[in-house]
Write a protein that binds this ligand. Structure first.
Ligand code: NAP
Length: 218
């Protein structure tokens, strides 16, 4: 599948590496294709790896991952061109953090507070696309092949379109997620983004970042 990844930070690169390994054709979208990390990724990726602007990446992908820092997300979407998102599945990995860092307890703040969520905001910006919140509740090193000593975690997803969520669940399954839980419409991003705050708080408290959430059932 042709996939566009908007954003070339740790998340974009982790997804780029993992999805190329799974045989997908990937274009990483960035403002600066000359960054050494990106040139290294390109050299390692073979014929399935491509670099481009946000617009080129969004046009390239049949499905798109949104992996931008929150404060740059709207600008990145605008420079990608709204028409390039039309009718596509957009996997929103962003967390709308306010960028001020943790307080003494290790708590980060979400810029919009809890309502509306970043996921709802992204869906409002991309009214013609099917936005699915996913992968925002785990660190980038576990986004593909999420194998932990204690098992495979759960991935929660939220979005308004059932078919889009099915497509995302299928892709996540290829990426190694065996337990994908559809938690409802895009407004349920409010819960998923709060989970990121909890995930980070545990990381700040313990100094370890290789953890993830798993839903245990009776
Ligand atoms: N790090 C994690 O493990 C993790 C886990 C789950 C979710 N997330 C979320 O995923 C997103 C990406 O995180 P990240 O750690 O990979 O990197 P990041 O540093 O938060 O974001 C990097 C990307 O954002 C783009 N960007 C920043 N400011 C911009 C602006 N003004 N205009 C256009 N683009 C801009 C950058 O574009 P250029 O390529 O042009 O520099 C870069 O590609 C964030 O929302 C984060 O909260 C992160």
């Amino acid at each position: 599948m042709k996939i566009g990844i908007l954003g070339s930070g740790p998340v974009g690169l982790a997804l780029g590496h993992g999805l190329v390994r799974l045989g997908h054709a990937i274009m990483l979208g960035t403002r600066d294709t000359q960054k050494p990390t990106l040139q290294t990724w390109l050299a390692e990726s073979g014929p399935n790896g491509h670099l481009g602007s946000f617009a080129e990446s969004a046009a390239f992908g049949e499905a798109l991952f949104l992996c931008t820092g929150w404060t740059g997300t709207r600008k990145a979407i605008e420079s990608a061109g709204l028409w390039n998102f039309r009718k596509k599945v957009v996997i929103d990995v962003t967390n709308p953090l306010d960028g001020k860092g943790p307080d003494a307890e290790g708590r980060l703040e979400l810029a919009p507070g809890n309502s509306p969520s970043g996921g709802e905001q992204v869906q409002a910006w991309l009214q013609d696309a099917h936005v699915v919140k996913a992968l925002n509740t785990v660190g980038n090193s576990l986004m593909v092949a999420p194998h932990l000593k204690e098992g495979i975690p759960t991935m929660f997803i939220a979005g308004n379109d059932t078919l889009a969520k099915k497509a995302v669940a299928d892709l996540l399954s290829q990426m190694g997620w065996q337990d994908v839980v559809d938690i409802g419409a895009i407004e349920m991003s409010r819960c998923l983004e709060a989970l990121c705050v909890l995930w980070c708080a545990y990381g700040f408290r313990t100094g370890s970042w290789g953890h993830a959430f798993r839903l245990l059932r009776e």
